[in-house]
Design a protein around this ligand. Structure first.
Ligand code: ADP
Ligand code: ADP
Ligand code: MG
Length: 496
C-alpha cells in the first residue's frame, strides 16, 4: 500500500476481506499511524518529507521487493497518477493496481486529454488546444473566447495552477501566476485557456474498465460544494441531474475511458451549467477521495473491483445490472480552523467520539493520543451517510455531525454542520459558488454579524437536538412535564 492515512486503511480493509496480506510503508512521521498498525507488515521508507518517502519510487519498489509484494495499490494523491511509477512497477514485475503508464500520461496532462476527448466525440470546455507560448497571443485568444476565462495548468491537480480572469488587465499577471504555481507544484509550467462556465456545477462519473474492453459507469457524484476549487462535500445522485442527461453523460464517460484504453477505476469530471450543458473537465486516473458515496448507492466495493481487474478478472457487472439506490452524502473532515481562514490545525487528538448508527460510514485513521503530522494533507476522516431520500440523508448527516466530537485539534465539523442547514444546500439549489455566496452565514458561527435571518434558520437546525433535550417547552399545562420531550419531538418531527 503505497500511501498513508485514511485511504491506506480503507484499501487494506478490503484486502483483509479478500484474504490478501498487506504491507504498509511509513515515513518517520508515521511510525504510530493507524495504517502501520492495521497492515500485516510495515516497511520504513524514510524521512517525513513526501519527496523522501511516499513520493520516492525507488524506496517504494524496494519495500515491495523486500516483502515479496505481488501488487501495489497507490491510493489517491502521491504516486497514484504518476505514469513513471506505473511503468516502473510493470518493469519490476509488480502489478500496479491502476491504469497503464500510457493511459495516465494521456489523461494526466489536461491538454493531451482535451485532444483525445474531442476525437471521442465528447464536448470539452471551449478554449485553446495548445499551451500558451506568447503572452500577446493569449490576449488575442481570450478576446476571441470572451471573458471570463480560466487559465489552467496542463499538469494541474488539487485546485493548483488555476486562475480566474475577469478583466483584460488581469490576463498577463494571471498567466504568470498560474505558470509559476504550476512550475513549483508540478515541475511543468504549461498553461492553457478555458472559457469560464458561469454558474458551474462539478459533476463527475465513476467508471470501471477491465482488461477485456468492458467499460461500465457507476453514475454521477455532485461535487459542487467547493472551497478554492477543492471539494468539501459530495453527494449522489446529483440534485441537478435528469435521467436523460445522466444516461447521455454516462455514455460519454464510457467513451472517454475507451478512448484512453483505460483499465481499472477512474473518474470523468464534467463542468455543467444551469441548463445541463456539460463539458469534459478532466479524467482522474485513480480512486477518488469521494468514492464511498458511489459504493453506498450502487452497492459495489470499488477497491475490490480494482484488485480483481488488476488481477486479470473480467467485470461481473453489466451496465443494465446497475442502479442507484437511495442517496449518499460525504463530508470531508479536516484538521483545520474554519474560523481562521481554514489554516491547518495538526496536533494531538485528545478525545474522539465517532458518529455511529444506521446508514453511517466513517472512513478515518486517527485515534485518541494520535498526533496528526503537519507534513501531509490534514484530512482526518470522511463521514458518509446514506438515506432512502436526500432529505433523510441530510437529516442523518446532521445528527452524525452533531454527535462527532474531536478535541485537541480544530476541525471543520461545525462548519459542515452549518452547511447541512443552509437553505440553498437543503433545497439542492447550489453551484460551485455556494460557499462564497453563503460565506457570511457559514463563517460567523454563532455570532450573528451577517445575514441574521439565514443565521436564525441555521441556528434552529443546528441546535435542534440540543433543544430537544435541554430546553423545556413553554407550556401552560404544568402537569405535562413527564411528556414534554415527547410532545416537543412530535411538533418538530418530519416524515420522510
Ligand atoms: P479528489 O477528487 O479525489 O478529491 P483531489 O484533486 O482533491 O481529488 O486530490 C486528492 C488528493 O490528492 C488531495 O490530497 C490532493 O492534495 C492530492 N493531489 C491531487 N493532485 C495531486 C498532484 N498532482 N500531486 C500531488 N498531490 C496531488
Ligand atoms: P484539478 O485538476 O485541480 O481538480 P479541475 O480541472 O478538475 O482541476 O478543476 C477544479 C475545479 O475548478 C472544478 O471543479 C471547478 O469548480 C473549477 N473549474 C475548472 N475549470 C473551470 C471552468 N472552465 N469554468 C468554471 N469552473 C471551472
Ligand atoms: Mg479535478
Amino acid at each position: 500500500m503505497a500511501n498513508r492515512g485514511e485511504i491506506a486503511v480503507r484499501v487494506m480493509r478490503t484486502c483483509r476481506e479478500m484474504g490478501i496480506k498487506t504491507v504498509a510503508v511509513f515515513s518517520d512521521a508515521d511510525r504510530t499511524s493507524m495504517h502501520v498498525r492495521y497492515s500485516d507488515e510495515a516497511v520504513h521508507i524514510g524521512p517525513p518529507l513526501s519527496s523522501d518517502s511516499y513520493l520516492n519510487i525507488d524506496k517504494i519498489i524496494e519495500a515491495a521487493k523486500q516483502t515479496n509484494a505481488d501488487a501495489i495499490h497507490p491510493g489517491y494523491g502521491f504516486l497514484s497518477e504518476n505514469a513513471e511509477f506505473s511503468d516502473r512497477c510493470k518493469k519490476e514485475g509488480i502489478t500496479f493496481i491502476g491504469p497503464s503508464a500510457d493511459s495516465i500520461s494521456q489523461m494526466g496532462d489536461k491538454i493531451t486529454a482535451r485532444k483525445t476527448i474531442i476525437k471521442a466525440g465528447v464536448p470539452v470546455v471551449p478554449g485553446t488546444m495548445d499551451p500558451i507560448e506568447k503572452e500577446e497571443d493569449a490576449v488575442t485568444k481570450i478576446n476571441e473566447i470572451g471573458l471570463p476565462v480560466m487559465i489552467k495548468a496542463s499538469a494541474g491537480g488539487g485546485g493548483k495552477g488555476m486562475r480566474l480572469v475577469n478583466a483584460e488587465k488581469e490576463i498577463i499577471p494571471s498567466i504568470r501566476a498560474a505558470k509559476s504555481e504550476a512550475k513549483a507544484a508540478f515541475g511543468n509550467d504549461a498553461v492553457y485557456i478555458e472559457k469560464y462556465i458561469s454558474s458551474p456545477h462539478h459533476i463527475e462519473f465513476q467508471v470501471l474498465a477491465d482488461k477485456f474492453g468492458n467499460v461500465i459507469h457507476l453514475f454521477e457524484r455532485e461535487c459542487s460544494v467547493q472551497r478554492r476549487h477543492q471539494k468539501v462535500i459530495e453527494e449522489t445522485p446529483s440534485p441537478l441531474m435528469t435521467p436523460e442527461v445522466r444516461n447521455e453523460m454516462g455514455n460519454h464517460a464510457v467513451a472517454v475511458a475507451k478512448a484512453a484504453k483505460y483499465e481499472g477505476a477512474g473518474t470523468i469530471e464534467f463542468i455543467v451549467d444551469d441548463n445541463l450543458n456539460y463539458y469534459f473537465l478532466e479524467m482522474n486516473t485513480r480512486l477518488q477521495v469521494e468514492h464511498p458515496i458511489t459504493e453506498r448507492v450502487v452497492g459495489i466495493d470499488l477497491v475490490k473491483e480494482q484488485i480483481n481487474i488488476a488481477n486479470g478478472l473480467e467485470l461481473t457487472y453489466k451496465q443494465e445490472d446497475l442502479s442507484q439506490n437511495g442517496h449518499a452524502i460525504e463530508c470531508r473532515i479536516y484538521a483545520e480552523d474554519p474560523d481562521n481562514n481554514f489554516i491547518p490545525s495538526p496536533g494531538k487528538i485528545l478525545h474522539i467520539t465517532e458518529p455511529l448508527g444506521f446508514g453511517v460510514r466513517h472512513d478515518g485513521y486517527v485515534y485518541e493520543g494520535y498526533e496528526i503530522p503537519h507534513y501531509y494533507d490534514p484530512l482526518i476522516s470522511k463521514l458518509i451517510v446514506w438515506g432512502k431520500t436526500r432529505e433523510e440523508a441530510i437529516a442523518r448527516m446532521r445528527r452524525s455531525l452533531f454527535s462527532y466530537k474531536i478535541t485537541g485539534v480544530k476541525t471543520s465539523i461545525k462548519f459542515l454542520e452549518r452547511i447541512m442547514s443552509v437553505p440553498d444546500f437543503v433545497d439542492g439549489n447550489y453551484n460551485t459558488h455556494f460557499i462564497e455566496k453563503n460565506r457570511k452565514i457559514l463563517n460567523q458561527g454563532d455570532k450573528c454579524k451577517g445575514d441574521c435571518k439565514a443565521m436564525a434558520i441555521i441556528a434552529a437546525f443546528v441546535d435542534y437536538e440540543q433543544k430537544l433535550s435541554k430546553v423545556a417547552p413553554k407550556s401552560d399545562n404544568q402537569n405535562s412535564n413527564s411528556s414534554w420531550k415527547l410532545n416537543n419531538r412530535r411538533k418538530n418531527m418530519v416524515r420522510f
